[in-house]
Design a protein around this ligand. Structure first.
Ligand SMILES: [Zn+2]
Length: 310
């Protein structure tokens, strides 16, 4: 089994979208360059949602046009509908994540439409993507727990996956948006997607938040099941506007450290990744949420922790 693990760093999108103060475009581009310099090959750069919903990413069109074309680096962006698709493709993005939720309530709150309506949009976007040669990954928010409906059953995830895969067999990302998933749920969901839908490991990505400190345990179970693609954010930035108390995503540096310790390859230089984490931390309104930076560069975190929380 492959020992190479792909990390999709989603800091510029998931990390920054919940910060109270929008980060200037030039700073976002610098962050992206630092991530790439550390060896991150997959970067989720922004989200093409209506600026009214996520003002922090209102610069998506300009940011996408200004992304530096770096060899070996693949940029992606999140889209919820056809309008987002059109904006993203017009701005030059060729890899998109279509987002919908594993729970009906979260879909309504996060996307303002029913799951059925999101599936109809996925169908429209799929037709366009196939004719344009654009790649999609379909991301399921709240795959394990929903702040409104509670625990999400494996059957609900499989049902939604079956409906999406009937439209087109795009790769899927299971996202633990409020960080309340448990390792046994991750194992059950991955196994069910393989057993019931005949999905391959390479067609499944995992996206963990670390609200309850379960990000690494959940990742470990995913690895043991053979999954080799994980999302994370540098310095553990992020949160979830509809998940009260949700702290950031799993920190990229914590995940990479675990992977390297277990003998997996990522192509990522940990020291340079810590440089990127230090840089990203200045955009956080909260103390550092990860572990590695605190352990290896304690001075950096102290400075951040002394800052007043707005
Ligand atoms: Zn997320």
């Amino acid at each position: 089994m492959s020992q190479h693990v792909t990390i999709e760093d989603v800091t510029p999108r998931d990390g920054l979208q919940n910060e109270p103060t929008p980060v200037p475009l030039a700073q976002k581009l610098l962050l992206i360059q630092k991530l790439a310099a550390a060896g991150i090959t997959h970067i989720q750069a922004t989200s093409f949602v209506h600026p009214k919903w996520v003002p922090q990413l209102a610069d998506a069109d300009q940011l996408a046009k200004d992304l530096p074309p770096l060899p070996g680096v693949q940029y992606s962006a999140l889209i919820p509908n056809l309008r987002g698709y059109e904006r993203a493709v017009a701005a030059g993005i060729r890899h998109l994540e279509f987002v919908l939720s594993a729970s009906e309530s979260f879909n309504h709150r996060n996307l303002n439409r029913s799951l059925q309506e999101s599936l109809a949009l996925l169908e429209q976007v799929t037709q366009r993507a196939l004719s344009d040669g654009v790649t999609l990954r379909v991301g399921f928010s709240v795959s394990f727990h929903c702040p409104f409906e509670g625990r999400i059953s494996t059957q609900a995830v499989v049902k939604l996956a079956r409906e999406c895969r009937a439209i087109h067999p795009w790769r899927l990302a299971l996202c633990d948006s409020d960080g309340m998933g448990f390792p046994n749920q991750v194992r059950d969901a991955v196994r069910a997607l393989r057993d019931d839908l005949r999905m391959q490991n390479a067609e499944i990505a995992l996206h963990f938040h670390d609200t309850y400190g379960r990000g690494l345990s959940n990742s470990l179970v995913g690895l043991e099941e053979g999954i080799r693609e994980f999302d994370a954010t540098t310095a553990g930035l992020g949160g979830c506007p509809y998940c009260p108390g949700a702290s950031g995503n799993l920190a990229t540096e914590d995940l990479v450290d675990l992977l390297h310790g277990l003998g997996y390859q990522t192509g990522i230089d940990l020291e340079k990744l810590l440089d990127a984490a230090e840089f990203a931390l200045q955009f956080s309104s909260r103390p550092y949420q990860g572990h590695l930076l605190r352990a290896m560069r304690p001075g950096t975190c102290q400075k951040n922790e002394l800052r007043p929380v707005p």
